[in-house]
Design a protein around this ligand. Sequence first.
Ligand code: TEU
Ligand code: CA
Length: 554
Amino acid sequence: MERKWWHDKVFYQIYPKSFYDSNGDGIGDLQGIIQKLDYLKDLGVDVLWLSPIYQSPLADQGYDISDYYAIDPRFGTMEDMDELIAEAKKRGMYLLMDLVVNHCSDEHPWFEAAKKDPDGPYGDFFYLADKKDGRPSNWRSCFGGSVWDPLPGTDKLYLHIFHRKQPDLNWENPRVRREIYKNINWWLEKGLGGFRIDAIINIKKPLPFCDYEPDRSDGLCSVSEMLKHAEGIGEFLGEMKRETFAKYDAFTVGEVFNIKEDEMRDFIGPDGYFSSMFDFNETIFGESPNGWYDMKKITGEDYKNCCFEAQERAEGIGFLSNIIENHDEPRGVSRYLPEGEHSPRAKKMLGGLNFLLKGLPFIYQGQEIGMENTVFSSIDVVDDISTLDQYQVALDAGLSPEEALKAVSAYSRDNARTPVQWDASPQAGFTSGTPWLSVNSNYREINVAAQEQDETSVLSFYKKLIALRKHPDYRDTFVYGRLIPCHREQKHLMAYYRKDAQNTLLVIGNYQNRPQEVTLENAPGTILLNNCERLAADGKTLFLEPYQFLVMTI
Ligand code: TEU
Ligand code: CA
């Protein structure tokens, strides 16, 4: 396999609005990120992915861009951005921007021009239809309601897969594609390492538009239905790669849901459209067409099986990007560990099991200190548009307001968006002002400053984990070695080998709050990492403590 510069890197996602506020306006910003670069370097991360910081009305927190060439003043200036790129480079780190090109903002000049003259050239930048013919399809927007809405001041409708303030760009139009490629290259010229690519699977629509079988009483169907019928996305993605990323040897990771059975190689194989794509197999587990209130809770066994299934699918093809959380998901420790069992030891086990899977390890801000889901006192304190929609869906299905709040709280995107807990001072040291979203009330117990002083903290564990993954003796095994699941039938145990010609490493976690015995195939060699003080063993038999996690040679 041809080696790439990004194969052995450790990735970290920053959600700028909630990372660190440098000027007291309650909103995290670029100068805030610059101030924390040494913290990130010390943690051991190499590549930073920034959620969107472009000019935006922030209807969907920046995933609605009104100028692809400008920084939103709330985050800073283009000078700040150039400074951030330079400061990262000084430390040997790379920056990824978020590429949001399935849609733009309804405040983008292209959309303004389309409203003024829907039959002119900019009308063709979007998907428009004549109002008099009715809605061309019965698809439900990801944030609720029809994907079709009236184009203000005209006799047309326009399409939006996401919020009505996020009109879809018409990728069938070569002019649109040229504009997008021009922008990507402009950013790459600035010295970016690459991009995380938002919602990219949605750019190809099956045309002409048509209805599919409704899946709820609103008569609409999920967008995932139209994706099953869409053919030919590869032409767009291949062209984009040739015209942009390939010329710069840029790294790209796609936010790709719903690919078809046999498409993995096209997406992330050696000549794939992207360098990598996220493994969302755990994230989508238990999803229901009815909405969040009807999701099935994931257990440790399910988690294990989801990880291993994804690994099998990618084996011999390419590099998945592994996560336990991101800005669209609840906190991984709250989701993948049973309620009431969120001890630092259990958090380390979950982090360790995910981090050493084959693929690219991603950490989401705050994960390294074990940040947890927040508590919403009422629906009024929720900011996330997706949660607000899902709350309404739950009410419509007959849940009481209390039940609906409880149901959507578990999956709310705001869980991951509360400010990073830097220290025990007011507002968790995130801002000297009033944060745009309340800090989690547990910040006095869970914060960076306290954990930096504590050798046994979750943060210290993540540092050791990263250092282990980069250790010259083991790095190649973790990066290129095979992943072989073992003891798979043993319940509440997740274990796998990472194996190459040099090493066989065993990664093992007792995924429960009780002790467990396991008899290995070979006696343990050197213990490389342990989230407990000791290891009780007798020959090949290990007596694991609750949530004990180990990495060892074997
Ligand atoms: O997410 C897109 C995405 O496909 C899902 O997370 C989506 O919410 C789900 O499929 C709904 O059915 C990306 C961004 O990560 C997210 O923050 C944005 O809100 C969204 O795109 C729109 O840009
Ligand atoms: Ca600020």
